[in-house]
Design a protein around this ligand. Structure first.
Ligand SMILES: NC(=O)c1ccc[n+]([C@@H]2O[C@H](COP(=O)([O-])OP(=O)(O)OC[C@H]3O[C@@H](n4cnc5c(N)ncnc54)[C@H](O)[C@@H]3O)[C@@H](O)[C@H]2O)c1
Length: 315
């Protein structure tokens, strides 16, 4: 298959490209190298892919680049590019969120009309749910985001669905629940925690640490993309979670054991936009896609810690 992966230099997109290339697929990887975090991390994340013959990197901004040439001969588009993260989405930063998450998604979907692709997989987010009334949460729950980021991801999902309904672009949306593993974004909790612990600094925990998350190993999220490309139902949304909830406090205890470093925790007020709990009911993804999360949080944390040590030159 020939695939287009947008956001290919990012955390999830780079793993997805590696997975597709390892299976012998051709990948056109698109990324604008936005300055949301250290560009050297993005460059290093795609080093492996750049060394493979089936890979072509296109440095382009989906907000403005001519898109039809990127889609030539493509069978599947995996749309991972976005401005990600809840906390930074308030205030003046919102412009970047709407431009990269809504406008760029609309441009890409528009370019896919009549392009002959057989699947468009959109990276959505558990943040579209906000504070869930029921845990684990099924896809039928009413989406009520509590962050501007969540609003933009939900808008992208609606665009994906309506381009299927109105224009027969064969879209599927995957609602990832907090993804963990090597190459995690530096603004995400475990990257921040592990780095601070390795550097002997205190870690900042928002709230009391008893908030829970459904954590998903990055390899499981990648596998969900592959399954969605093959078996997803057009216009559908699927929860992609790790199969259970863990408190932030428990996850820090796991990190302490893995790193053999005691965390010095400083509590800060809960952040606007962070839900208290998230939990994925993955039965639809299991039944329709054959999705089964395989890697428990502890192993995901071990792999992330090992990667971070190497990234920081400490292994
Ligand atoms: N990481 C998670 O836990 C998580 C959870 C839920 C949803 N998601 C979604 O998954 C996707 C990937 O997230 P991630 O954590 O890998 O983020 P990331 O920031 O590491 O990767 C996103 C990439 O997209 C690129 N990009 C942004 N705007 C672009 C544009 N206009 N044109 C081209 N490239 C552009 C960035 O340069 C970046 O490399 C995003 O859509 C995000 O909203 C992530």
């Amino acid at each position: 298959m020939r695939a287009v992966v947008t956001g290919v230099a990012g955390f999830i997109g780079s793993h997805l490209a590696d997975r597709l290339l390892a299976a012998g697929h051709e990948v056109v990887g698109v990324d604008a190298f936005t300055s949301t975090y250290d560009l050297s991390q993005k460059r290093r994340s795609i080093e492996g892919a750049l060394g493979r013959p089936g890979f072509r990197l296109v440095e382009a901004d989906l907000r403005s680049a001519p898109l039809p040439p990127l889609l030539e001969g493509a069978e599947v588009v995996f749309h991972q590019a976005a401005t990600a993260g809840v906390r930074a989405s308030w205030g003046a930063e919102f412009d970047g969120y709407t431009a990269n998450n809504v406008n760029a998604t609309q441009r890409l979907l528009e370019a896919c009309r009549g392009s002959g692709i057989r699947r468009f997989v959109y990276a959505s987010s558990s943040s579209i749910y906000g504070e869930s009334e029921t845990l684990p949460t099924s896809e039928d729950a009413l989406p009520r985001p509590i962050s501007p980021y969540g609003v933009t991801k939900l808008a992208g999902e609606h665009l994906a669905r309506l381009y299927w309904v109105q224009h027969r672009v064969p879209t599927v949306s995957l609602r990832y629940f907090t993804v963990v593993g090597p190459r995690q974004r530096p603004d995400m909790a475990f990257h921040r925690f592990a780095r601070a612990m390795l550097e002997g600094r205190p870690i900042t925990v928002y709230g009391d640490g008893e908030q829970t998350r459904d954590f998903t190993f990055v390899g499981d999220a990648v596998e969900a993309n592959v399954l969605a490309a093959e078996r997803g139902e057009n216009g559908a949304v699927y929860n992609i979670g790790g199969g259970g909830r863990v408190s932030v406090r428990q996850a820090i205890a796991d990190l302490e054991e893995i790193l053999e470093v005691r965390a010095r925790v400083e509590n800060a007020p809960p952040q606007h936009g962070d839900p208290r709990h998230t939990g994925a009911d993955v039965s639809r993804a299991r039944d329709q896609l054959g999705y089964a999360p395989r890697t428990p949080l502890r192993e995901a944390l071990r792999q992330e810690a090992q990667w971070l040590k190497a990234f920081l030159g400490r292994s």
